[in-house]
Ligand binder design. Structure first.
Ligand SMILES: Cc1cc2nc3c(=O)[nH]c(=O)nc-3n(C[C@H](O)[C@H](O)[C@H](O)COP(=O)(O)OP(=O)(O)OC[C@H]3O[C@@H](n4cnc5c(N)ncnc54)[C@H](O)[C@@H]3O)c2cc1C
Ligand SMILES: *[C@@H]1O[C@H](CO)[C@@H](O)[C@H](O)[C@H]1NC(C)=O
Ligand SMILES: *[C@@H]1O[C@H](CO)[C@@H](O)[C@H](O)[C@H]1NC(C)=O
Ligand SMILES: *[C@@H]1O[C@H](CO)[C@@H](O)[C@H](O)[C@H]1NC(C)=O
Ligand SMILES: *[C@@H]1O[C@H](CO)[C@@H](O)[C@H](O)[C@H]1NC(C)=O
Ligand SMILES: *[C@@H]1O[C@H](CO)[C@@H](O)[C@H](O)[C@H]1NC(C)=O
Ligand SMILES: *[C@@H]1O[C@H](CO)[C@@H](O)[C@H](O)[C@H]1NC(C)=O
Ligand SMILES: *[C@@H]1O[C@H](CO)[C@@H](O)[C@H](O)[C@H]1NC(C)=O
Length: 539
């Protein structure tokens, strides 16, 4: 991996260390085995119950550890002290999901629902209360109707599998979702879902036209049966507060046969500060077919030995050809100095491979690799920026980043379609008025308590430095970039107040509607986790 190409791979970038003692990893002693009672309940409450004995794994089972670890995506939650599920249930069909909900509830044990396992805080597979993992990886069917431009995708499918299946059927259709190709559809879509077509097409949830969900009573509901409130809530509000998503029906979007990608960067010695100042003026306003992610990372200077610098890379997808792009940027973003030689003209599916940092020449089949049981240690945070950051702001930021040494930032430009969708169209509120979203990113390879603590501390300090430059009152955050620093709920008496703290950051004014819907569909709060939507007695 070259220095700049390693920056592109969002699944892998920014390698660092810490071990974080959080409420998520303190374990409560589990009750006596629930395996027998659960299996008995499942057998008598599930149609097609003959397969039931093949889908329940208790701790003594030889496959338990490998199934648990397969979709752990943050190595922080793969330690001997991380709390473990009493049992793991791996449904093969929707009846099993219905039975699992009914039986977990009747036995009185919490469910954690896992699709791709990419939750940054491990909320899909770790809990301080005794719990069962409902692991959706077997439910991964995808059917594409290219003629009518829609698809039905089960929640256990990955983004890569979705992209591959679209490509098999049509070279001129795509779907606006994440850059990383091992994300689970279940978690990714319900948290918002965005990728390199966000400026042209908005979020994944803006293209969800139907869904099936198992509710707290074990019923399967489609859009019509669940009603528009619940259908609204699961598109951006985090379905894990409401039920279990079985599948989404999504509208495909047109993509040109040839698209253009590039990755071009400058260091501070090459006037990166000027480049960044121009980027923030241009990237959120330019032609909506162009998405230019800005990646900022400290690295050692090649000019002055022993000194550090900041590398600013611009990674782009343009839904059009290279000549048009070079002409456009020559006019709008001259400091980038983009040349046609810097561009690759490829099919849309190949642009996904390069954004996900597969080797040049990788085949679309590579999108099917689930890369199970592979995880680094990581911490992420997010911010939204609604006014340009000053030169002084950036100069101070470079100093901070160089001081900490390992934290990278990604600036994802908004504008385009994002400005045209009302803030309350979905629970995701961060629409018009946002220039870009920041992701703070620290990734490392080995465990180690003191380094772990150090980098968590550094991330928080960098986040603190950014306070005057980002959204405030509330300081907003992206649900898919799960961050327990912004507040957690222990569901005591003041669970609504606790929920309000993180709720307005993720959902802003949409939080109240989510609480109302939650109170109506799951009044006893069976579907809960550290950052779920609380109920409110007045509803
Ligand atoms: C390497 C990496 C790259 C990423 N890149 C992007 C990106 O480009 N764009 C972007 O938007 N996000 C990105 N993310 C964030 C990602 O979208 C979220 O982590 C998302 O929640 C992952 O979904 P999942 O199914 O893999 O995760 P999981 O950990 O399985 O689930 C996440 C949450 O959703 C719940 N959930 C999962 N499945 C279901 C279901 N079937 N029904 C109800 N609730 C469910 C879980 O309980 C949990 O609360 C990235 C994350 C990582 C780790
Ligand atoms: C499920 O099965 C059990 C038998 O194990 C039965 O007693 C119970 O009524 C069934 N229904 C529910 C909702 O638990
Ligand atoms: C482990 O659990 C699976 C699923 O229930 C079952 O098929 C298998 O026989 C179990 N293996 C052992 C060794 O108990
Ligand atoms: C996936 O589709 C196949 C073929 O239609 C079907 O046999 C299978 O049951 C489906 N699997 C799930 C998990 O729905
Ligand atoms: C862009 O192309 C120019 C001209 O060929 C070259 O000098 C420069 O190194 C390229 N930049 C990158 C980042 O590849
Ligand atoms: C950086 O900007 C300065 C001042 O505008 C200019 O003199 C210098 O040539 C630039 N350096 C590079 C590498 O472009
Ligand atoms: C989890 O830890 C085990 C060793 O205990 C290791 O074999 C496995 O690869 C790790 N998996 C992940 C996803 O970190
Ligand atoms: C919660 O409320 C109940 C009844 O109002 C009260 O008895 C209890 O002490 C409260 N608990 C906490 C932690 O405040």
């Amino acid at each position: 991996m070259g220095k700049s190409s390693s920056l592109v791979h969002f699944c892998m970038i920014f390698f660092l260390i810490f071990l974080h003692i959080s409420p998520l990893v303190t374990s409560t002693p589990p009750p006596k085995s629930i395996y027998g009672p659960f299996l008995k309940c499942l057998t008598s409450n599930t149609s097609f119950s003959n397969q039931v004995s093949n889908i329940v794994f208790d701790k003594t089972n030889a496959s338990y550890a490998s199934i648990l670890q397969a979709y752990i995506r943050n190595a922080k939650f793969n330690t001997s002290t991380t709390s473990k599920p009493l049992i793991i249930v791996t449904p093969l069909n929707e009846h099993h999901v219905q039975g699992a909900v009914v039986c977990a509830k009747s036995i009185g044990v919490k469910l954690r629902i896992r699709s791709g396992g990419h939750d940054y805080e491990g909320i899909s597979y770790v809990s301080k209360e005794p719990f069962i993992i409902l692991d959706m990886f077997n439910m991964r069917n995808i059917s594409i109707d290219a003629k009518n431009e829609f698809a039905v995708v089960q929640s256990g499918a990955t983004t890569g599998e979705l992209y591959y299946n679209i490509w098999k059927k049509s070279k001129v259709h795509g779907f606006p979702a994440g850059v990383c190709v091992t994300l689970g559809i279940g978690g990714h879509l319900t948290g918002g879902g965005y990728g390199s077509m966000i400026r042209k097409y908005g979020l994944s949830i803006d293209h969800v036209i139907d869904a099936t969900i198992v509710d707290v009573n074990g019923r399967i509901l489609d859009r019509k049966a669940m009603g528009e409130d619940l259908f609204w809530a699961i598109r951006g509000g985090g379905a894990a507060s409401f039920g279990v998503i079985l599948s989404y029906t999504i509208k495909l979007v047109p993509v040109p046969e040839i698209v253009t990608t590039f990755l071009v960067g400058k260091t501070l010695e090459q006037n990166a500060t000027e480049l960044v100042l121009q980027w923030q003026q241009v990237a959120p306003r330019i032609d909506d077919r162009l998405f230019m992610r800005l990646l900022l990372q400290p690295q050692s200077s090649e000019v002055e030995k022993g000194k550090s610098t900041i590398k600013a890379d611009v990674n782009a997808l343009f839904l059009g050809g290279a000549d048009e792009l070079v002409a456009l940027l020559g006019k709008e973003f001259p400091l980038l100095g983009l040349k046609k030689e810097n561009c690759s003209e490829v099919g849309w599916v190949d642009s996904l491979l390069s954004w996900a940092n597969f080797e040049k020449g990788a085949k679309p089949e590579a999108l099917l690799d689930r890369k199970t049981n592979m995880a680094s240690f990581l911490k992420r945070k997010s911010d939204f920026v609604d006014k340009p950051i000053s030169r002084e702001g950036y100069e101070g930021l470079w100093k901070e980043m160089i001081k900490y040494g390992k934290i990278g930032l990604a600036f994802n430009p908004y504008g385009g379609k994002m400005d045209k969708i009302p803030c309350d169209a979905t629970p995701f509120p961060h629409r018009a008025g946002n220039l870009f979203k920041i992701q703070y990113s620290v990734t490392w390879k080995e465990p180690g308590v003191s380094l772990d603590k150090k980098f968590l501390d550094h991330t928080r300090k960098l986040y603190k430095y950014m306070t005057p430059f980002v959204s405030n009152n509330p300081r907003r955050a992206f649900l898919n970039y799960r961050d327990i620093d912004i507040g957690i709920n222990n569901f005591g008496n003041d669970s609504y107040q606790q929920g309000l703290v993180y709720g307005v950051k993720y959902f802003n004014k949409n939080f109240q509607r989510l609480v109302k819907i939650k109170s109506a569909v799951d009044p006893e709060n069976f579907f809960k986790h550290e950052q779920s939507i609380p109920t409110h007695p007045s509803h």
